[in-house]
Design a protein around this ligand. Structure first.
Ligand code: SF4
Ligand code: SF4
Ligand code: SF4
Length: 296
């Protein structure tokens, strides 16, 4: 029987599916940016609260921030760093600034290739966030962190997303936020990869095997490195277990792989990637509203 020429090929179907998935991802990020801009601050306050209580030798209290932290950690263990890939407003800001910077470099400066930090330096710089986390833990435990009011770029960002201007005491936080935005313009997920203490916490959490993204290296195309080149944190999933925690679950590698060689076991249960993305977003939205993270 002659094949109908008007029927889309598998490649065309995949291309269309990826377009819809990318658009759905952007809409999900925008919705979370509007509804939960302070979710990352709430989680980080949970870390500070816990460490400060430990430092004071007080019994651990279950305040709203700690509950949020437990919720975020639980969601990450169960479904990977979906929070970082799609929910966190600071991550979305990083993506937007980097995208805009690329446009300016191409259209205004005529650059063919966007400026970025050399790939070899990335794994080394990714360690900085663990040092910062340790420093914050020490400062909290010693009871010093609380006196550093006005130093947090996150607090400044939270105020801006709440349509309030930062006050004069936050000048250092404002300068730090400006420097971070410059970094965001020069490197994909600059803050997430190199500086975010919450990112360090998430990267250290285990991810349940059914949610871990991995690749089958035996089925790779010879000489191909498309997944790593397109990965914002420069990893090939499943290749280096010590760096797998860096994965922000954005799924760019899955989208780009010419052999559909990257997957997570949960795909066997929900085969449609767009539906799976929406299901996780709805689950997080419900959880976020329950934990009081939603601004509505
Ligand atoms: S690494 Fe930090 S800033 Fe980046 S998305 Fe995750 S929590 Fe947000
Ligand atoms: S993009 Fe796919 S085929 Fe290419 S290296 Fe990555 S997993 Fe292998
Ligand atoms: S591209 Fe793949 S490996 Fe890289 S962060 Fe996104 S999901 Fe993780």
């Amino acid at each position: 029987m002659k094949q109908n020429d008007n029927l889309p090929t598998a490649a065309q179907k995949r291309k269309k599916q990826l377009k819809i998935k990318t658009a759905a991802g952007m809409i999900i990020r925008l919705i979370f940016f509007i509804l939960m801009p302070a979710a990352f601050s709430a989680g980080f306050n949970g870390v500070k609260s816990l460490v400060t209580e430990i430092g004071r030798g007080e019994p651990l209290g279950m305040n709203g921030f700690v509950m949020t932290l437990i919720g975020l950690a639980g969601f990450t263990v169960l479904s990977g760093r979906f929070f970082c890939g799609y929910v966190c407003a600071f991550g979305t800001l990083g993506d937007a600034v980097y995208g805009l910077s690329g446009l300016v470099q191409k259209k205004v400066l005529g650059r063919k290739k966007q400026i970025s930090i050399p790939d070899k330096a990335v794994p080394v710089l990714q360690k900085i966030k663990y040092i910062l986390l340790l420093l914050i833990v020490i400062l909290c435990a010693a009871g010093i962190y609380g006196s550093l009011n006005g130093y947090s770029p996150w607090d400044v960002f939270s105020k801006l997303t709440a349509f309030r201007l930062p006050d004069g005491e936050q000048i250092i936080g404002i300068i730090l936020l400006a420097l971070i935005i410059i970094g965001m313009a020069l490197q994909k997920r600059f803050f997430c990869q190199f500086l975010c203490p919450m990112g360090a916490v998430f990267a250290l959490l285990p991810v349940m095997p059914f949610s871990a993204i991995s690749s089958n290296k035996d089925s790779c195309l010879k000489g191909c490195s498309a997944c790593r080149r397109n990965c914002p944190v420069r990893i090939k999933p499943g290749e280096d277990k010590f760096r797998d925690g860096e994965c922000i679950a954005c799924e760019k590698c899955m989208n780009i792989c010419p052999k559909s060689n990257i997957s997570r076991p949960t795909q066997k249960i929900i085969k449609n990637e767009i539906v799976f993305l929406i299901v996780r977003a709805l689950l997080f939205l419900a959880m976020g509203c329950f934990w009081g993270m939603c601004r509505l």
